[in-house]
Every structure is written in structure tokens, then in C-alpha cells.
Design a protein around this ligand. Structure first.
Ligand code: ATP
Ligand code: MG
Length: 252
């Protein structure tokens, strides 16, 4: 019995001559919220694309519940970095999309997503189009579509990257509340170090290309966390150390 749900062992990846991932090893355990931070172009989205099967590692192993990914029945619910919603589909039809792709009938899928519109702050907007929602609402709709899929693991690629600071903070608090209720096993990618500290059990810091893990942090803050907890010396210390490792390595 393997204690980790997901394990990357010495994963490397090139695109032609471009070495993107140098040597990446990381783990995510059941019910754990793990975040990857790293410079732009380091290969963070590439890691998620390897998990969803869009890209393949050059070398190294990806294991799920101790089995090689391609031999496992692992299912990932993936929220991509961009274009998460289809503009021509109503919100209700966007949120059922993942379930329909899995083979569920439209009526079953609608019944399944319906109770989530209220807690996701989308009640009354089921029949709107994405362009008729605010940025925060669109991101919540994309998250709703992702979490409703009953997958083994959530993969979130910069879910709040395009939002203003206030909306982003509200979304972080909201995501923490939802995560506390559901305890999804989650792998988040973000550029926002405070967001990483606020949401995560553990944080991996990647180097620039070819990426390797520079540091790993366990976030010792009790849950549920408040914004005030980010002012604690433990939180500030981690934030500073992450920023220092990112800055130091991007200048070297
Ligand atoms: N299909 C591809 N073909 C060629 N190069 C690619 C491909 N996908 C990604 N790359 C390159 O790999 C590198 C890493 O891309 P990736 O999207 O994983 O970075 P990232 O860490 O997610 O960056 P960001 O923080 O800006 O989103 C980039 O230089 C990118 O140009
Ligand atoms: Mg990316």
C-alpha cells in the first residue's frame, strides 16, 4: 500500500531541443492540498498536461496509488489555465460538460450540478452565457465543472490568475471553505506566493527551465485559515523563503 496517491519520480521533459523539466519529483497524498510555484515557462502546466495524458514524460515515472499512470485507473478533474468555459454554451451546459464527456446523460448531469449552483454563488445564472458573468463567477463556474466530476484528484492551473486582487482574495477564502468541506486531493499551480501559503498543506518551488524542485515547504498554519493568519511569523517566514528562492534562481 502506497501512502501517496500521486508520485512523480525524476520526471524530465523536452520539447525538441528545449529542456523544460529537468528533474522533478513530488508527491500528493489523499486529501492533501499541494501547490507548485515556479517561474513562467518552467513547465508547470506541462506537469498537469502529463497527468491528463496530453503530454508524455521523456524519462522518469508518474505513479498513481503506486501504479504507473498509464496502467492505473486514475481520473483527474482538470481546470486549464485558459479558456476554461465555452463561450457559446450556457453556464449550466458548461458545468455539465465534464460529466457528459464521461458518458452521463444530460438530465443526470444537470441533476448532479444543480445543488452546487447555490454554494458556488451562481444561483440564478444557470442559463446565462459566460460573457454575461463577472470574472470571479466565470472562474467559479469553471471550478464547479471541475469538482463535480468525482475524480480522484483536482488539477487547478492558475485558477484565479486573471482576477483583480479583491476578487482573487475572496475566491481564495471561498476555495478554502469548499476544500475544508470536501477535502479534495488537489494539485494547484499559482504564481501567487500568498495564495500558495493560504491554501496549501505543502508547497513545491520549481527552478527556471529545466525545472527541478528547489524547495519544499510544509505550511504549519491550522485550518480553517483566515487572512490574519497570513500575518503570522510562520506564514511570513515561508513567504519570504519562497520569494527568495524564486528570485535568487531566476537571476543566477
Ligand atoms: N506543445 C509544446 N511544444 C513546444 N513547446 C512547448 C509546448 N508546450 C509547452 N512548451 C514550452 O515549454 C515551456 C514550459 O511551458 P509551460 O506552459 O509548462 O510553462 P508554465 O510553467 O506553465 O508557464 P506559465 O507560468 O507562464 O504558465 C515553455 O517554454 C513553452 O514554450
Ligand atoms: Mg502555465
Amino acid at each position: 500500500m502506497n501512502e501517496h496517491r500521486l508520485e512523480l519520480r525524476n520526471v524530465a521533459k523536452k520539447f525538441g531541443p528545449l529542456a523544460v523539466l529537468g528533474d522533478v519529483s513530488l508527491t500528493v497524498s489523499e486529501g492533501e492540498f499541494v501547490t507548485i510555484v515556479g517561474p513562467s515557462g518552467a513547465g508547470k502546466s506541462t506537469i498537469l498536461r502529463m497527468l491528463t495524458g496530453t503530454d508524455k514524460p521523456e524519462s522518469g515515472d508518474i505513479l498513481f496509488d503506486g501504479r504507473h499512470l498509464k496502467e492505473s485507473s486514475a481520473s483527474f478533474a482538470f481546470m486549464p489555465q485558459r479558456d476554461a468555459l465555452m463561450p457559446w454554451r450556457r453556464i449550466i451546459d458548461n458545468t455539465t460538460l465534464g460529466l457528459e464527456v464521461q458518458g452521463m446523460s444530460r438530465s443526470q448531469a444537470r441533476a448532479k450540478v444543480a445543488p452546487l449552483f447555490e454554494p458556488f454563488g451562481l444561483a440564478g445564472f444557470e442559463h446565462h452565457y459566460p460573457a454575461q458573468l463577472s470574472g470571479g463567477m466565470r472562474q467559479r463556474a469553471a471550478l464547479l465543472r471541475t469538482v463535480v466530476q468525482d475524480s480522484d484528484m483536482l488539477l487547478l492551473d492558475e485558477p484565479f490568475g486573471a482576477l483583480d486582487a479583491l476578487t482573487r482574495t475572496q475566491m481564495q477564502e471561498w476555495l478554502q471553505t469548499m476544500w475544508t468541506d470536501h477535502r479534495w486531493t488537489a494539485l494547484l499551480i499559482t504564481h501567487d506566493v500568498r495564495e500558495a501559503v493560504f491554501l496549501s498543506d505543502r508547497i513545491y518551488v520549481l527552478s527556471p527551465r529545466p525545472a527541478r524542485v528547489l524547495r519544499e515547504f510544509k505550511v504549519p498554519l491550522p485550518r480553517p485559515r483566515t487572512l490574519a493568519d497570513l500575518g503570522s511569523s510562520a506564514a511570513r517566514q515561508i513567504e519570504t523563503e519562497i520569494l527568495e528562492s524564486l528570485l535568487h534562481h531566476s537571476l543566477s
